[in-house]
Ligand binder design. Structure first.
Ligand code: OXC
Length: 308
């Protein structure tokens, strides 16, 4: 079964890759992704200065999913600008995830990282875990201004990682913004921000930062992820490639993302919980499912979701 896919003109050897943030902070972790069956190497979202991130414990996994408030721990963009060319040896696409605390940060980072020639740049407008910093993707005007400026300094294909939207009006408004700024792919969705997981035995929260509030991931957010993939697929009439992110734990989850309109999927919680072997398992499960259903590839079922 051919599980390869194409995003913004870049070919990926399969349709499963890590989500930004999952096992992709250090040079060693990025190397390990290079050696694994991940279809791409997606970096941790990078900021101007290196960051230790929020205090621990800052990740908690439970059967229905995960909560995290990592706080963008990363090596700083200059380190990734050095590491990215070294990752070329793995012969798979590299996606650089770019974050920042001001418009200017994003522009400086994108410009330098673009010169290190990742295959794609994913602009993260949706980290929910920085105390006092709202998620940029919830402000369409700020997003539009920022993306226009970043677009001007980036020559590789540029995409955006958006937060989940819960109202069609917000999805429509963001689609208008994206139309105007030359975005070439979407990664949908970042974690569902500012959830709260409670440990009733201990009568306390599960993670330390922000009083326990953090981004939710894993199976419990899959319907929200699928809804956003579907909504943006329809808003763009299938013209803009989408990487589905949220709740991909088995081959069927990935199939559902493809039916909704995704061209590839990223794996976050399941990668953190299971390790790098997750990619081979997902490939096998999806290949078996597609064969059983008579599809020649994941792209053959893309967007095919039936309505009643
Ligand atoms: N989404 C992000 O964009 N960043 C991380 N967590 C998350 O859910 C983080 O670093 O906090």
């Amino acid at each position: 079964m051919d599980l390869s896919t194409t995003i913004a003109g870049v070919r990926f050897p399969s349709c499963f890759m890590n989500a930004a943030g999952a096992r992709c902070v250090t040079g060693d972790e990025l190397d390990a992704l290079g050696r694994s069956r991940s279809a791409a190497i997606v970096t941790k979202s990078m900021t101007l200065a290196p960051r230790d991130g929020n205090p621990e414990p800052r990740y908690y996994g439970f059967p229905a999913g995960s909560i995290n408030s990592m706080g963008l721990p990363n090596l700083g963009y200059l380190a990734y600008a050095r590491i990215i060319p070294e990752l070329r040896k793995f012969g798979k696409p590299i996606i650089a995830s770019v974050a920042g605390f001001s418009e200017e940060d994003f522009v400086i980072i994108a410009k330098v990282i673009n010169e290190s020639r990742p295959d794609l740049i994913e602009v993260n407008l949706s980290c929910p875990n920085i105390p006092g910093e709202p998620q940029i993707g919830y402000d369409p005007d700020v997003s539009a201004r920022l993306l226009k400026r970043v677009r001007n300094v980036v020559s590789v294909p540029m995409g955006v990682k958006l937060p989940p939207y819960f109202d069609p009006a917000h999805q429509e408004r963001m689609a208008q913004v994206l139309e105007g700024v030359g975005v070439q792919f979407l990664s949908l969705i970042n974690s569902v921000g500012n959830g709260l997981v409670v440990n009733p035995d201990e009568e306390r929260v599960a993670i330390k930062p922000k009083g326990g509030f953090g981004g939710l991931g894993g199976p419990l957010i899959k319907p929200v992820a699928l809804a956003n993939v579907r909504a943006f697929w329809k808003l763009f009439g299938g013209r803009l490639p989408i990487i589905g992110v949220g709740g991909v734990v088995n081959g069927t989850d990935a199939f559902e993302h493809f039916l909704c309109g995704a061209s590839a999927v990223q794996v976050g919680t399941a990668l953190v919980e299971e390790g790098l072997g997750v990619f081979e398992r997902l490939e096998n499960e999806l290949a078996m499912l597609l064969a059983r259903k008579g599809y020649a590839s994941p792209l053959a079922c893309r967007g095919n979701l039936k309505e009643l």
